[in-house]
Design a protein around this ligand. Structure first.
Ligand code: NDP
Length: 248
């Protein structure tokens, strides 16, 4: 079955990790996928792997999501290349963890600009097209950190909690146009982002997870697939935690 046939998805941060798994999952479902990341070689690799399975399904793009003008330009390019956008998955994100007492202004700005403003920038770039189509799904990837707060992540938690407020506001603005906006809040997932955690931090995290293990990228990809699919048409403005029960 191809639930996303003739549909187009933009996935940011798709050059690695969770975004790569989401891009591949939506492509498997028949979608054309704009594979966006900051580093050209990463988006090119993922797009090539998708195209090896279904020629022409993916195109790579490289942009810094925090740059408003650059994102508007890439958004126009993607809409020109694919002709439409049915799904936008704002997944690009970074961490700059340190205690608030030591956190520098640059650590704060970089994380807020990428994680929160980046999602706004891409939403702004495609929303008009979705309104014209009278259909669209926007999924913003938040974090358990934005729901609970985590020590050392004042900047990251603020950016991820900000995504929840932004998503609910935009969900209200565009619901009458057939567009839904939802949030997925992953817990600890095995990717490059968590591979830097030392054994002590990993063990401390694991102890807080009722399912007692880190999740896999496919746990998030399958949730996004559901929220983009026909079964989620009546869901908007919601936050779905995929965290092994950590935030319950
Ligand atoms: P990774 O660090 O593995 O990958 C991050 C991706 O985001 C990369 O493709 C990277 O591009 C891209 N990216 C980062 N900054 C920018 C930027 N300024 N402009 C464009 N692209 C950018 O992260 P994960 O896969 O682990 O995380 C994906 C999302 O899930 C993030 O939003 C993260 O906060 C969230 N999350 C992750 C959790 C986890 O445990 N892993 C837990 C909760 C939430 P490039 O490849 O070119 O460097």
């Amino acid at each position: 079955m191809s639930p996303f046939e003739n549909q187009v998805a933009i996935v940011t941060g798709a050059g690695r990790g969770i975004g790569e798994a989401i891009a591949k999952r939506l492509a498997q479902g028949g979608a054309g996928v704009a594979v966006v990341s900051r580093t050209e070689s990463n988006s090119a690799r993922v797009a090539a792997e998708i195209n090896a399975l279904r020629a022409g399904a993916a195109r790579p793009y490289a942009v810094d999501v925090s740059d408003f003008d650059a994102v508007q330009a890439i958004g126009e390019q993607i809409l020109g290349d694919f002709g439409r956008c049915d799904h936008l998955v704002n997944n690009a994100g970074i961490t700059r963890d340190t205690l608030a007492m030591r956190m520098g202004s640059e650590d704060w700005d970089a994380v807020l600009q990428t994680n929160l403003k980046g999602a706004f920038n891409f939403t702004r770039a495609v929303l008009r097209a979705m309104v014209k189509q009278r259909t669209g799904r926007i999924i913003n990837i938040s974090s358990v950190s934005g729901l609970m707060g985590l020590a050392g992540q004042a900047n990251y938690a603020a950016s991820k909690a900000g995504l929840v407020g932004m998503s609910k506001s935009i969900a209200r603005e565009v619901a009458s146009r057939g567009i839904t906006v939802n949030v997925v809040a992953p817990g600890f997932i095995e990717t490059d982002m968590t591979s830097v955690l030392n054994a002590e931090v990993r063990e401390g995290a694991r102890a807080q997870i009722p399912l007692a293990r880190f999740g896999a990228v496919d746990d998030i990809a399958s949730t996004v697939e559901f929220l983009c699919g026909p079964g989620a048409a009546y869901i908007t403005g919601q936050v779905l935690a995929v965290d092994g029960g950590m935030s319950m």
